[in-house]
Design a protein. Sequence first.
Lengths: 251, 432, 318
Amino acid sequence: MSAALELDGLKKSFGQTEIIRGVDLSIGKGERHAIIGPNGAGKSTLFNLITGRFPQTAGAIRLHGQDLAGKAPYEINRMGLSRSFQITNIFPKMTVFENVRCSLLWSMGYRYNFWSVVSRSRALTEGADSILEQINLTARRDLPAGVLSYAEQRALEIGITIAGGADVIMLDEPTAGMSHSETDYIVDLIRTVTTGKTLVMVEHDMGVVFGLADQISVLVYGEIIATGTPEDVRANPKVQEAYLGEALETH
Amino acid sequence: MTDQSTTDPTKPAQRMRAGSMAIPLLPWCVAAVLLLVLPFIFTANSAITIMNQMAITIIFALAYNMLLGQGGMLSFGHAVYAGVGGFACVHIMNMDDFFASIPLPLLPIFGGLMGMGLATIVGSFSTRKAGTVFAMISLGVGELIAACSVIIVAFFGGEEGISGDRTYGMPFFGVEFLQQIEVYYLIAVWLMISAALMYLYSRTPLGRMANAVRDNPERAEFLGYSARWVRFYSFVASGFFAGIAGALFAINYEILTEENLNTTQSGIILLVTFLGGVGFFFGPILGAIVFTLVQTVLSLQTELWAFYLGIVFVVTVMFFPGGLAGIIMMHVPAMRLGKLGRLGVPYLKTLGAGMIGCFGAAALIEMTFHFRHASTGDHEMTIYWTTFDSHTVLPWIIAIAFTVFGFGVARRTAPDLVDAWNDANTPNGATQ
Amino acid sequence: MDLILVNLIDGLVTGLLLFMLSAGLTLIFSMMGVLNFAHASFYMLGAYFAFQISLYMGFWMGLLIAPLVVGVLGAGVERYGLRRVHQYGHVPELIFTFGLALLIEEVVQFIWGKNQMPYATPEVLQFTAFSIAGNSIPAYKIFMIFISVAIFVGLLYILTRTRVGMIIQAALTYPKTVEALGHNVPLIFMGVFGVGTALAGVAGVIAGPVLGTFPGMAFVLGSIVFVTIVIGGLGSLWGALVASLLIGWITTFSKAYNLRMEDLLTWLGFTKPEPIWDSAWRDMWSITSPQIADILPYILMVLILIFRPYGLFGKRDA
């Protein structure tokens, strides 16, 4: 099976501090891969490296076999990788509908088009409406995104992320700060909208991780100490020691 | 012209019906008819001069708002693009053979292209960043080009500027543009064309992404758009329409000088746009109309008009960041509820009293100014059609009385106005 | 050689004056992220206040009191103006300070009129300090250098050696953390704004007698100050110092030496088109360095921005 996303000896230092200390990881097409690890393990940094927010210090990142070194976030996005953010990152002044429509524009081939009026495009409107349908925000369609509830904004965030049709979806703590019922709702949502796509997510909530992922990697102090199916990882003594043990103690 | 969905999201009035297929045509038809009949209502030559000035300012302000309102880019040197477009057009007017072969109404296209060309060059390095960095570069480049005007005499004509004659162009269906009124209609047509194009631009993918980049450049990058290129294209488009405004200026006045390029001019367009309101497409239009009128009327009345304008501007930035358009749109929810009428009397009380206070304060300012700066022995001054001696006590007492009374009453009645406002914005039945 | 020395001193005076403005501006910028467009207006206020005070109490009291008044005014602007506008974002903040600059100029014209004020150097300093090859260096210039250097050293000392300085430095980078540690960050902001504007005030007091005290003085210097901090790198105090001196020397030298473009072009192997007055390139040929001295900073800025977008000392993601 060819890998959708490959990390090869990836390193990142900020000044003297090495945050990511050589990560090798291969995520197959259609896989649902969760990256877990204690606070400060470098999960968000890893995300930011893959999506081009920061340049890496050493190593390589390959998306469908293509090297991502030196590519800007928008170029990486055009190659079929899309991400969400830990802190909700939407266009708060625009309507919910427009948020989704904006995320469709590039993938529908509009690029820097300045000669066609967006509202005239039936395909765009229908596309955005169908995404809204999927994330259950049709009723909120014409409200400014900034007034939605937190859970709704998180759903919109996911909607924006998947709208462009990218086949690798990266979600950064999609359920952070949510209540139980909200979490269940988002998990269902993620499951439906990412069907057939490669999913990479960082998550703290073990319920979510074990419910969604079919592969799990454990990141501790900038290194991956274990990768495998949820059962393997659960049984792995190193993980028990480094992470689950600690998690059990603190919770 | 509906709103741009840019202002306070909590106000339901400012929600737009996104994705509706129709582009509202009614306001455009009304505008076209107005432009057509206005010269028949205000027939005086001076009125037509003012209207020409107004229309040119509208185009320029709309172009400026493509940056400020829609792209979130604050430029302190935008006069340069209009100015250079205008200078280019005067040069074309002076190329006898070439100018004789093109009809005058097509001249603005050249101005637009010139503005666009300059914007392409400057934008290539200035749009890398938005915010403060962009603002500083725009200021620096603006100053640089304005300063060049006295050095590159061949193009800018030095301190006298350059002048031309619009009537040497190829006659356009027999019209030679000798009359002000002919120029008026030329400008009016270009106003409609440019405004419509700029409105449509804001509805295109690029125009929508300009808004997205303004609000959240990072997110836009993760949607496949380079924030820098989106800003660059907005900048180039804005340069084009600014160039058209400059060209129309050249046609109307037939002379361009350093004043068309300098920072004062750039500051004025920022002022006009912001006072009108950057959040709505019609804001700059409103700003340009009101500013031109106020400038014409007030500058005849008082030397201190720029002082008052400065106060109004600072107050607007502090308390009404949405500008005039924002204030108007604040009333839409009440209007939808059919309760706008309930605001009438409280408004009259508070704002009426406030106005009296302002007039009193203005009188005090004028009297102080006269007292300090009038030539010695000149004690006589006239304000509000009243002539009096500024060195006697009585006028001061009267002015102080008006000021205190006006602001006092306004302050007293303000709570009622707030109550009325809350009432007018609460749907019937949903009482507190 | 002697002439070079004279120009070095002149350039140093201009550069240090610029630095007194750009230092305050940089401090305010790196702390609050807002570029104070009205900064040069406070410089102008400093000159006018000092002039007014000097009428009654002499130059030295002006030097002492005027910057204090300007600083208090600046703090007031931060407290009652900027803090309010801050909630709308950086662009409205910038627009606010721009409006303030307009308003201050109008207020100055309202109070003092449009003419230049007869604000002069104090008599004690009206003598020649020394001469270099027949060029006399007035004592006032030496005094200006002395004051600016003293202020710079004082500033450096406060920022790096005192507790207040430490808190300010910390608040620059981590305002939230510093606030959580129990320091009153809004108060620090207000203080820094006040001190920054007071510095501009000092610059106004000592520059007013030399460069002229008139309503356009803020505008003349204002844009150059912005150019300075862009060249130096937004938020970098060292950058501001280097850029200020650089601009001071470049403008002074290009005014002092009459370099002609004609010579340069001929040297490069171009032939002068004849007749020159009819050529489209005539302006190119007739340019001399004193003529373009005042726009050199802008050209420098554009070049810097093209080749080093973050300025000389700017951090990459400032």
